[in-house]
Design a protein around this ligand. Structure first.
Ligand code: AMP
Length: 490
């Protein structure tokens, strides 16, 4: 008997199967509340922090509700940054993997043509940043006529980034009868206004952080000298020796400087800021998630919403201007059930901003004293030794599917007039194969990627060495393409 507690929602067994593989057996609070309402077709307005399982709370109902046969997109998810778009796309792809849900992400600084091509194929879910989506709308390269579900994610951040007007314009292009779910960590007036104007009797849900979850983040601050901040910071790293950390700075220049200084200390770290090329940003995030390096120096925009397990320490090297930003930053640690620490370095320039943050946190941030020179020296050897430990790599979340799913590559694509139907036809001719065993099919110009489910990959690979696909023998092999290469391709 399946013990998965998501069963109570009455969702498709293919989705339960995927949740089993992902290790999601117990719904989180936000999921308990949002999933049944969205399944019933209700509009929801959700005030919730990231790290609460919010993505799956809309990802699960969407995957359950979309009709596989429909070719045009049925669900649209709007999110502020490209990194979040990628993360959400991956999560929905995993949840919908056994139902063969096709998810396309659409964001700027990435090939428009490639997105256009993907959107021409069967697409169930589109995850987009507003700017690029609007370009697709204007150039008529996206069909929104079948959209039934709309998710506005991180609405407060979209407002901060000046996207609200664009979102309104996008909403005006959508069919009238759709279900809308809006998620926001805070509810500024502009967000409330948006919900009033575009949602139908939304049910408000507030997921307050529980006492337990609040306590999982130990919050500290230290007063630092204006001109010795870097030294103090390095001293703290030496004494604390965190295994993993995100260091937040307010500017790109500061990110570069802090990264340089951490590297001089011998720490393997990388940086992330909005001025970097998209492919570098993607690589840095993927490598950080996998654990190739465990220290990241970043600005807010680039690191927004990034979900990495086990971040031990968040450092506010610069104090953010707004209390909300502080909340988002410290939310990078203590994700899901873990615990962690957030440390803020406050100099004389930051004092005013910090006071506001301190008050907003109800005095939960404790002052600590900086390590003395002697302490730093005492810990230096232990610190240097800690640098020699080899990083342990984390498994990519979707990797657990691999025992069951094999991706194969066929050296023919659209230029050879190949269609998904030809592939399905050929595969179903193989003994013991049914349409249920075929996962996502990705048709490119001169090649095709197909996922074979249920552990039948080897069988298919063998059969296709001697069986024609669309009238001809094709070169067929197992695809070793990594997630990162796939991202670069799209
Ligand atoms: P999110 O708030 O969507 O960024 O999710 C935070 C983290 O919790 C992600 O790493 C998810 O994979 C994980 N997660 C979400 N829902 C569950 C669940 N029901 N059980 C276990 N992990 C979950």
């Amino acid at each position: 008997m399946n013990q998965n507690k998501f069963n109570v929602f009455g969702i498709d067994k293919q989705i339960i199967g995927a949740l089993d593989v992902l290790g999601y057996t117990m719904p989180t609070e936000v999921q308990k509340q949002v999933v049944p309402l969205m399944l019933e077709g209700k509009d929801v307005l959700v005030k919730s922090q990231t790290g609460s399982g919010k993505t799956a709370s809309f990802g699960i109902p969407i995957c359950d509700l979309v009709e596989w046969e429909e070719r045009a997109p049925q669900a649209l998810i709007l999110t502020p940054t490209r990194e979040l778009a990628t993360q959400i796309r991956d999560e929905i792809f995993n949840i919908g993997r056994y139902k063969r849900i096709k998810v396309v992400s659409v964001f700027g600084k990435s090939s428009f043509q490639m997105q256009e091509k993907q959107l021409k194929q069967r697409t169930h879910v589109v995850v987009a940043t507003p700017g690029r989506l609007f370009d697709h709308i204007e150039r008529k390269t996206i069909d929104l006529s079948k959209i039934k579900y709309v998710i506005i994610d991180e609405a407060d951040e979209m407002f901060e980034m000046g996207f609200i007007e664009q979102i309104e314009r996008i909403l005006n292009y959508l069919p009238k009868n759709h279900v809308t779910a809006l998620f926001s960590a805070t509810m500024p007036e502009a967000v409330k206004h948006l919900s009033k104007k575009y949602m139908h009797n939304p049910i408000s849900i507030e997921i307050a952080p529980t006492e337990k979850s609040k306590k999982r983040i130990l919050q500290e601050f230290a007063m630092v000298d204006d001109d010795r901040k870097l030294d103090h910071f390095k001293g703290i790293l030496i004494v604390e020796r965190p295994k993993s950390s995100i260091v937040f700075c307010n500017t790109k220049v500061m990110v570069e400087e802090v990264t340089k200084q951490m590297k001089l200390l011998g720490i393997h770290c990388e940086m992330l800021h909005g001025g970097m090329e998209q492919r570098d940003r993607t690589r840095v995030i993927q490598d950080f998630k996998r654990g190739y390096f465990n220290f990241l120096v970043a600005t807010d925009v680039a690191a927004r919403g990034i979900d990495v397990a086990d971040i031990q320490l968040v450092v506010n090297y610069d104090i953010p201007e707004k209390p909300e930003t502080y909340v988002h930053r410290i939310g990078r640690t203590a994700r899901f059930e873990n615990s962690g620490k957030a440390l803020s370095l406050v100099n004389s320039h930051d004092r005013e901003n910090f006071e506001e943050i301190y008050e907003a946190q109800d005095g939960q941030i404790e002052e600590i004293s900086l390590p003395t020179k002697k302490q730093v020296e005492n810990y230096r050897e232990a610190f240097n030794m800690s640098l020699d430990t080899k990083p342990t790599l984390r498994k990519e979340k979707g990797l657990a599917f691999n025992e069951d799913i094999m991706k194969i590559h066929i050296n023919a694509g659209k230029k050879q007039k190949m269609r998904a139907g030809d592939i399905v036809g050929a595969l179903c001719n193989i003994d013991g194969m049914t349409a249920e065993d075929i996962g996502v099919i990705e048709l490119l110009d001169i090649s095709t990627f197909v996922e074979i489910l249920n552990g039948k990959g080897q069988k298919v690979l063998k059969a296709l060495q001697t069986m024609p696909v669309k009238g001809r023998l094709r070169k067929v092999n197992r695809s070793n393409e990594t997630k990162y290469e796939q991202d670069l391709r799209s």
